[in-house]
Design a protein around this ligand. Sequence first.
Ligand code: ADP
Ligand code: MG
Length: 352
Amino acid sequence: MKGFFDGVRRHIGNMDAEHLREQYRRLSDEVNSLDALFGTMAQGLIVVDGRGEVSKSNPAARELLGMDPEDALPMLAVPLGKASKREIDVTYPEARRLEIQTMPMGEGTLVCLRDVTAERERTEEELRIGATRAVRDLAAGVAHEIGNPLNALSLNLQLIRRANGDSEEVEECIRQVERLSGIIHGFLQALRPSKPNLVRGSVADPINKCLTTMRPQFEERSVSVTLNLPSALPSVALDPAQMEQVFFNLLKNALEALRDGGSIDISLSSDDNDVITTVRDDGHGMSPEQVAHLFEPYRTSKEHGTGLGLMISARIVRDHGGTISVESEPEKGTAFTIRLPRIERRIRALKG
Ligand code: ADP
Ligand code: MG
């Protein structure tokens, strides 16, 4: 399509009326077939112009949202002109989970909506039963078995270090063994997620714990971290160890995306329903394509990455009844937002 336009643009000065009519006919055929495609797609599409108004939408968008996309847009609160990805639960016309993706398009934004209810249920179901189970158990068994000798290796390396003092070779072995342990640990967690053990608490606690653990890494890279904590933050029901893992994954990714001297900002707030945590970095950000595949397993851009951190984090947040979303711009940075339901809301929901 672009080639066609470029060609017409280059030669338009030399075209006679007949030629122009021919190009016009081809163009209108093209537009008609694109319109038909737009109209019949199962994926909902909304084109938002530079002023934030809906300039085009397809029937699927209206059907998925259960209302006019123009009325729904303010409620979707999509970031304009940026790549982002998140999931929301809609209750009307029926309860389902929608994935909302945005992509910058010219001056405006393309919003894609997809019904992921069945997909989510299927993933959960596949994790519980099905033909994949035997393979999974085998893989988990092998991973577990590798864990034991790794622990022994690690222990013995520590002993060698203690006996012989620091040496480059031993340090490298320790680093590699730690890396392997990290991979095995992530793999096992992805295969065998444990249900959260929920207690009443504050989101600030696991964040503070993470910050204490990671402080030396931040200092070494001269990365500044700010934590904006409101004076009163509502309680949530959380598994502190699992949420600590989520924040550890987010902060580690942020650190890996930053140049030395970059900054990370963690902000906590609440609304009527949720406690909201945003982890923002001013690192290298992601392309819209990378954002589109985020939270999928084994997607990594790093040489030594596992591509499991975000998938595990998203699952933990979902198991807490919360949502995780992302906004990112290349060269500008990335912001992850986690919403966890306030404990009163959870209790109300359980009673109701
Ligand atoms: P891993 O860190 O092992 O690659 P993750 O699931 O934690 O796996 O992250 C997946 C990918 O998402 C990363 O490889 C990276 O490309 C991208 N990513 C995640 N967080 C950020 C961030 N804060 N800034 C830029 N890219 C990120
Ligand atoms: Mg990671």
